[in-house]
Design a binder for this molecule. Structure first.
Ligand code: ZN
Length: 329
């Protein structure tokens, strides 16, 4: 019998052998895999089992990532309706043992921007196997997705395993973010009258202010204006037809929740209660018109003035998260 090493598994790096002229491995799209990894690559899953696994892991701070929630129905809905430019089965790798998912890693890939938000690793492997299993999932996901670009990780400060794993891969920490939440009846409403619904006469000032305050953010001013509809609203504060600030909110009546996506106040207008007024208007809209049972807002941990304002109005701190970026080309 002749048995020789002729390569390594793309995913777990185990040696692959050729025995009596027979290659003991599988080849997929030009890469070689051991039988175990090849099986993982083919593993099938339903949206329901994936959604329920993700929310189970995501509901604990030590497994939490910032991109998805903790309600199974809502996560299932996102996976089905609003996830990745690639097919869902090409955007997730699941690891099953005894028919149950024990780990999963996915990416919400944006083909135009060539960026991906990493969902996971959601990983219930033992302490010793955690990093190894995460690496295997990562290499399998990269093989499946087959794209180069920028990958983002958004991990809870207490999710030490994932933060450590992504740093070892080469992920650079870019910022710390704070997520604050508010419940109905907890937000003041003293100065709502100082605000109004956005109208096109503020368009130029709005575009300039958004570009100046959020130069590299996920929605440009034009994207906000095109996303604006009966649920997603833009409110402004103005004086003599001059824009002092704006707040953009997205409401999700199906899941009774909403988020304050962007809030900005002109530098000249700071200290006059404009931010508080906008925040109150946004909250009142989400609680009353969307029937939100919870509102969230994400802010840079460095922005102590904003955090102070949100707390003063009635928000409380829920999570601290680290934002990472990894380039693969
Ligand atoms: Zn392998």
């Amino acid at each position: 019998m002749v048995r020789e090493v002729i390569g390594q598994c793309t995913s777990c790096r185990r040696d692959l052998f050729c025995r009596d002229g027979f290659f003991e491995a599988e080849i997929d799209n030009g890469n070689s895999f051991c039988y175990a990894c090849f099986k993982l690559l083919q593993e099938e899953f339903t949206v329901r089992e994936l959604g329920s696994f993700i929310t189970q892991v995501n509901s604990k701070p030590e497994g939490h990532i910032g991109y998805c929630g903790v309600e199974a129905m809502e996560v299932e809905n996102t996976l089905q309706e609003d996830f990745s430019d690639l097919k869902l089965e090409d955007s997730f790798i699941v690891w099953k043992e005894g028919g149950r998912i024990i780990a999963a890693l996915g990416v919400d890939w944006d083909s135009e921007e060539r960026t991906g938000e990493l969902w996971g690793p959601f990983n219930l492997s033992s302490e010793e196997k955690w990093q190894l299993h995460a690496d295997i999932l990562w290499r399998l996901l990269q093989h499946k997705v087959n794209q180069e670009g920028t990958w983002y990780g958004f991990y809870n400060e207490l999710n030490h395993q994932a933060k450590n794993w992504f740093s070892v891969l080469g992920g650079q920490k870019k910022s710390s973010e704070v997520i604050l939440h508010a419940k109905p009846g907890k937000v003041s409403s003293r100065s709502i009258g100082k605000t109004e619904e956005y109208s096109d006469r503020y368009q130029d000032e709005f575009k300039r202010m958004h570009q100046a305050v959020f130069p590299n953010t996920y929605y440009s001013a034009d994207e906000i204006l095109s996303r604006k509809n009966s649920k997603n609203r833009l409110f402004v504060s103005a004086e003599n037809n001059h824009l002092l600030g704006y707040v953009y909110v997205e409401g999700n009546p199906d899941f009774k929740e909403g988020s304050i996506e962007f809030i900005a106040v002109d530098e000249q207008a700071r200290g006059k209660g404009v931010g508080a007024a906008l925040l109150e208007r946004a909250s009142a809209y989400l609680f009353e018109c969307v029937d939100a049972q919870e509102i969230s807002i994400c802010v840079s941990a460095d922005n102590e003035a904003a955090i102070h304002l949100y707390k003063k109005v009635g928000f409380t701190e829920k999570h601290r998260l680290s934002f990472y970026k990894l380039q693969t080309n």
